[in-house]
Each structure stands twice: as C-alpha cells, then as structure tokens.
Design a protein. Structure first.
Lengths: 113, 113
C-alpha cells in the first residue's frame, strides 16, 4: 500500500517548456487535489477532482491544466512554464465520507529558470 | 469563498511547556470539517487532529487538543508538554460541503531546549 505517489520528485525547466506532474493513489479515494506551496503562502489549491471525469478550479488555476485519467490517477500539466510557477507541488487524495482526512504525496520541487 | 487565517507566522516554546496556535476561518456553511496538519522539514504533511463542526466536544489526540469555538469561527491547537519533535510548520485547514480543502498560511513552531 504506497498511499499517494508523485513523480518526479525534482524537476528543472526552462521558461516556455512543458511538463506533466504525475500523481497516483491506491486507496480507492474519490477526491484528488493539486496544491502548490510557496514560502509564506501555505498550500494553495490549484485544481480539484471530486471523481473520475470531473475537475474543478481552485484558488490558483491559471497556467495549469489537469486530467483525471481514472480513479487512481490525477495529472497536472504546465503547458508553458514560467518562473512564477517555481514551487513545491503536492498531490493529495481523500474520501468524501468517514474521517475525510487528506493523504498527501511527498511533493515535487519544480524550478523554472 | 471560505478563508482560513493563521495570524502567527512563527512561535517559540520551551521544551515541556504548552503552546497554543491560533486559527480563524470564515464560512457561511454550518456543516464542515477542520484539520490541523504538521509539516516537518521532510516536507511530508501529517494529520495532527480533526474536528467535525457538528460535534460540540473538542477533539483531543494525546498531547494535542483543540479549542473549537463555532460561533467565533475559531479553531486553535494546543500542544502540551512540547517536545523537540514537535518543531514544524503547522497548517490549519477547512473542508466544506464542496469538499475543497483550504489551508491557512501556516505557523512555524520552534521548540527551545
């Protein structure tokens, strides 16, 4: 039982390049989330998916796209990376009943030069 | 939109003493969940404690307890008998009816030996 996994752990991009951050969970959760964490800003929600095939914008969606490929996987795509997207990205999942606790991946540190 | 405010960017406490971290939130909903998460230097997000808004009794988990004041929209975290391992960033989080989870900006807690 791996929980929530994210790849890659580290990435350096040049301005204008594109990349996809991958996230997968093996807990059969319906809800999945992408956050970015910047110093002094806490975790800000980029996108959210309540179930397979559905996605919704969070607080800071501009410059990002997401795909909920199936129940397990939720990817985040940067089409044209900008230095302002330098951040640590976290994926999380949770259930919509019970404890409703979020389970987090280990994070991806992305640097855009 | 819901907001979560942590007014203390940093706090320090002597080892073995008690410290309280503040959190206030703004919502028009009556049914929601509140969480405190800990983020040590490893960057992993760890759930500390959770509270359902419909429960009047304050949640406790070993040395961690909350003071939940629903009318005041306040959700503070008390750490008793502080230990060196408690040093971390602490985030307050709100989960509402739409299942989006919003975080505060965090409080960095230092434990003084």
């Amino acid at each position: 039982n791996a929980g929530v996994t994210q790849t890659p752990k580290f990435q350096v991009l040049k301005t204008g390049q594109s990349m996809t951050l991958q996230c997968a969970q093996d807990m059969n959760h319906n809800s999945m989330y992408w956050y970015r964490q910047d110093p002094g800003m806490g975790l800000r929600l980029i996108y959210y998916s309540a179930s397979e095939g559905t996605t919704d914008k969070g607080e800071v969606p501009n410059g990002y796209n997401v795909s909920r490929l199936n129940k397990r996987e939720f990817s985040l795509r940067l089409e044209s990376a900008a230095p302002s997207q330098t951040s640590v990205y976290f994926c999380a999942s949770s259930e919509v009943w019970g404890t409703r606790e979020q389970y987090f991946g280990p994070g991806t540190r992305l640097t855009v030069t | 939109a819901q907001t979560v405010t942590q007014s203390q960017p940093e706090m320090s406490v002597q080892e073995a003493e008690t410290v309280t971290l503040s959190c206030t939130y703004d919502t028009s909903e009556s049914d929601y969940y509140l969480f405190w998460y800990k983020q040590p230097p490893s960057r992993q997000m760890i759930l500390v404690i959770r509270q359902e808004a419909y429960k009047q009794q304050n949640a406790t988990e070993n040395r961690f307890s909350v003071n939940f004041q629903k009318a005041a929209k306040s959700f503070s975290l008390k750490i008793s008998d502080s230990q060196l391992g408690d040093a971390a960033m602490y985030f307050c989080a709100y989960r509402g009816r739409d299942d989006k989870i919003i975080f505060g900006k965090g409080t960095r807690l230092h434990i003084l030996p």
